[in-house]
Design a protein around this ligand. Structure first.
Ligand SMILES: Cc1cc2nc3c(=O)[nH]c(=O)nc-3n(C[C@H](O)[C@H](O)[C@H](O)COP(=O)(O)OP(=O)(O)OC[C@H]3O[C@@H](n4cnc5c(N)ncnc54)[C@H](O)[C@@H]3O)c2cc1C
Length: 482
């Protein structure tokens, strides 16, 4: 298998040379201006997802490197790139008609267009079956009416990928449809602007829709429902490894700098054992994301085009976003009161914690994904209904390499997960087990410092122990709710 290195992606350097302009040090609460976006497009942010036939780079590895570099400077910048390149452009390229692809690619590259995705609704969040926006067949296309909210670029996107429930359409159209709308053509209105806690580079709001979509702008992705919506998001979940690696590299650097210069009666904060322990936790979170990043570069890039595998992507999303938030919270604690104010001259902790918090929630909440990935894991092995969680962990290609690190927990893992409580917690455990598998693959292939790997493994095993302990008390605690 080819091992990717930073050096093999020199073409990304030109694009990334613009990212320092958005760095947390001087760009915390400002949105990205139109002029700045134009410069980013001119620098080539779309090229990694554009096919070679359209003079693009068509390289997921380049995209992965680019997002990692953006996240080092600013998570809002990185999220802007993900939304426009992966969630919008990449899905049009994967599922659009040739006419649609030509139209969209031309507009994104020549008019510096920006694309967004509209899935979530005020009255139907991650419970997608409650979606109320509907698409009806009309002469020459479709009419879509409904409401959406929390969309990245609510007021400013030039293009929208809209998901809607299909109404009065043939069965072959599927339960949900995916439609591309050009904002200039009207009907997508922002009726309220949201004051978000973080990710200030992006505008959010509530949107009302009454739009006409010509036939050729419907995506060729249909099926029985929610799994199709997940297909749109899987490449984005993979990129949480890049977000985590870039962001936590920065958080570790900043933490190191802070504790090395802040005086304490013992010398500096860095000389205090518990501060070093917090720093060690940040380093462990960073190492885990590095291992996931390595997995994305070396495993997903060998997948045949179009293959979007859900289980590893969900594990990466949950594990990386939890690690980002944990790392950001340790950093904020290390910075004391100064970490609790924006634009302090010696740290970026307040804005980093606000930004990191969004990722455990957006692109479907981690609790919901943990539930689904546990179901997916058990479903894949449904034939062996009587096998315990421990047996299945030992048998799955995604988890068996980690089992040797969990021998001490084999009795506690010897249960058959069922019910919402147990499935959510078991899903969380699976994300940590998947991380152990990724760490083991990362260790020999990159001559990585073994101390780093050992700490990260300990961190994952400890999180599994804590989650098992939660399992034993969760029913009791829930009982206290009337
Ligand atoms: C910064 C940001 C950017 C976003 N960008 C976009 C975008 O570009 N496009 C878009 O369409 N949407 C976007 N969203 C919306 C986002 O995807 C949703 O907020 C998210 O999917 C959760 O939906 P919800 O807020 O309705 O929460 P709900 O679905 O109401 O869930 C709330 C909480 O309830 C719990 N919960 C719910 N169901 C279960 C379950 N079955 N088991 C266990 N626990 C459960 C979880 O703890 C969950 O966190 C964005 C959101 C944010 C914050």
């Amino acid at each position: 298998m080819q091992q990717f290195t930073l050096k093999s992606h020199d073409n990304v350097e030109k694009i990334c040379s613009h990212f320092h302009l958005f760095d947390y040090v001087h760009h915390q609460k400002e949105s990205i201006s139109k002029d700045q976006w134009n410069k980013l497009v001119t620098a080539g942010i779309y090229l990694p997802v554009i096919p070679k036939s359209h003079n693009g780079l068509e390289s997921k590895a380049d995209l992965t490197m680019m997002i990692n570099r953006a996240a080092y400077h600013n998570l809002g910048l990185a999220m802007s790139l993900i939304v426009s390149t992966l969630l919008f452009a990449d899905n049009v390229i994967e599922y659009g008609s040739q006419d649609l692809k030509n139209e969209v690619i031309h507009d994104l590259l020549n008019n510096n267009g920006q694309g967004g995705i509209a899935i979530i609704e005020p009255k139907a969040g991650s419970g997608l079956s409650l979606m109320q926006t509907v698409a009806e067949k009309v002469d020459g296309g479709f009419r879509i009416r409904g409401s959406k909210h929390w969309q990245c670029f609510s007021r400013h996107a030039d293009w929208w990928l809209i998901t809607a429930k299909n109404k009065d359409q043939p069965v072959a159209a599927g339960a949900f449809g995916f439609y591309i709308h050009k904002n200039q053509e009207g009907g997508f209105r922002t009726v309220e602007t949201y004051a978000s806690k973080g990710l200030h580079q992006i505008d959010f709001g509530a949107n009302k829709l009454d739009v006409f979509i010509p036939e050729y702008r419907r995506l060729n992705l249909s099926g029985t429902g929610i799994p199709q919506i997940y297909q749109l998001v899987i490449p984005t979940w993979q990129q949480f490894a890049s977000l985590g690696k870039g962001f936590l590299s920065r958080i570790y650097e900043e933490s190191e700098k802070y504790v090395s210069s802040r005086a304490s009666p013992d010398g500096h904060l860095k000389d205090i054992d518990f501060v070093r322990y917090r720093l060690g936790n940040i380093a462990a979170c960073r190492t885990i994301c590095e291992a996931l990043f390595n997995y994305v570069l070396n495993s997903f890039s060998t997948y045949p085009k179009g293959k979007r595998e859900i289980f590893p992507a969900q594990c990466i999303k949950v594990m990386a976003s939890d690690a980002m938030l944990t790392g950001a919270m340790h950093y904020q604690t290390i910075c004391g009161a100064n970490g609790y104010r924006y634009a302090a001259d010696n740290n970026i902790a307040a804005i980093a914690a606000d930004d990191a918090q969004a990722f455990v929630m957006l692109s479907f909440p981690n609790d919901v994904l943990s539930l689904y990935l546990a179901k997916e894991f058990l479903h894949k092995t449904e034939v062996e209904k009587n096998k315990s969680f421990w047996t299945l962990i030992n048998e799955s290609g995604y988890t068996h390499a980690a089992a040797i690190h969990l021998e001490d927990l084999r009795n506690e893992l010897n249960y058959c997960p069922s019910g919402n409580l147990e499935l959510v917690l078991s899903g969380k455990i699976l994300t940590r087990i998947f991380a152990i598998t990724a760490l083991k693959a990362y260790s020999p292939s990159n001559q990585v410092d073994q101390e780093k790997i050992s700490s990260a493994l300990l961190y994952c095993v400890n999180e599994i122990k804590m989650t098992l302990s939660e399992r034993s008390i969760s029913k009791q605690i829930s009982k206290s709710i009337l």
